[in-house]
Each structure stands twice: as structure tokens, then as C-alpha cells.
Write a protein that binds this ligand. Sequence first.
Ligand SMILES: CC(C)(COP(=O)(O)OP(=O)(O)OC[C@H]1O[C@@H](n2cnc3c(N)ncnc32)[C@H](O)[C@@H]1OP(=O)(O)O)[C@@H](O)C(=O)NCCC(=O)NCCS
Length: 143
Amino acid sequence: MAINVSIRPCRQDECPAIFELWQAAGSIPSVTDSLRALELVLRHDADLLLVAETNGQIIGTIMGGWDGWRANIYRLAVLPQFRRQGIGRALVGELEFHFRQKGAQKISILVEGNDELAKVFWNALGDTGYQCDPRIIRYTKTL
Ligand SMILES: CC(C)(COP(=O)(O)OP(=O)(O)OC[C@H]1O[C@@H](n2cnc3c(N)ncnc32)[C@H](O)[C@@H]1OP(=O)(O)O)[C@@H](O)C(=O)NCCC(=O)NCCS
């Protein structure tokens, strides 16, 4: 990585900046995008919402979900001007470290079928073990 980036857990006071980053990065918004939801994430697993930071600026995020059975990755996003420098890959690697510490054995990621950038990224991470599973479709319900 050419620039000096640190990856660390998000602080509660940084949650508003996370929303701004998601918007700037073009992440697909969801009903779960609320301060309260992020506070619940931090209360549940403070080490699974990670930020990438350089010179005091948050430039990337990744969120992990761990329910004791399976690990999931959400909201991987890097600001456009900082892309293609290995930050996305580094965020995934750091989150994997935290998943391993919790005993996770398998990680899943949901990707929109027409999100070509996300697909090219996860296909590139095939060299670290990620594989597309075309058998899976997703059902959701908003409470
Ligand atoms: C996907 C995303 C997080 C990647 O972040 P990043 O920091 O640019 O990723 P990396 O630099 O670690 O890229 C790793 C590899 O993915 C591939 N890749 C990433 N972006 C690519 C692009 N625009 N075109 C072609 N390949 C690309 C490359 O193989 C790259 O390795 P290389 O640069 O050595 O060739 C970023 O583009 C983003 O925030 N996109 C919008 C949100 C999104 O789609 N999130 C994923 C949802 S699951």
C-alpha cells in the first residue's frame, strides 16, 4: 500500500462520518442505516466495525456480523479517490483476523447481482479463498 493507512475499530463518535463515507462510496442504502443501528453493532461486537484511516480521515469501512455460527461481511467501502491501493483487501484481511479470534470458520458476503465492481473485487480475492456460490438466492423481510 503506497499510503500510510491504519485499520482499527470504529469509535461511537465516528458513526456519523461512516454514513457520509457510505454515501460518497456509493454503498446501497438500507433501512438499517441509522445511528441507533450502528450503536447496536458497536455494543454487540465493538471489534467488527472497522475503519481505514489516513491522516485523521476515515477513508474506508467494513462491518462484520458474527452470530456464533456464521460470519458475514457487510458495507465494505473505500472512498473513490483512495481505491486500487489495496485498502479494500486490507480491510477484509483485518476483519478476517477478528473473525478467526472469535472462532468463525466460514464467511459469507451478499453482492447485488448487477454490482460489477463488487463482483470484480470479490473475484480478485479468489486468491485468498473467496468463491462465488451461484446456488444461493436471498429472502428478506423488513421488521
Ligand atoms: C469494492 C471496493 C471496496 C474495493 O476497494 P479497493 O480499496 O479499491 O480494493 P483493492 O485496492 O484492495 O482491490 C483489490 C483488487 O480488486 C480488483 N479491483 C478492485 N477495484 C477494481 C476495479 N475498479 N477494476 C478492476 N479490478 C478492480 C483488483 O484486482 C484489485 O487488485 P489490484 O489493484 O492489485 O489489481 C471499492 O471499489 C468500493 O468501495 N466500491 C463501492 C462499494 C462496493 O462495491 N462495496 C462492495 C460491496 S460487497
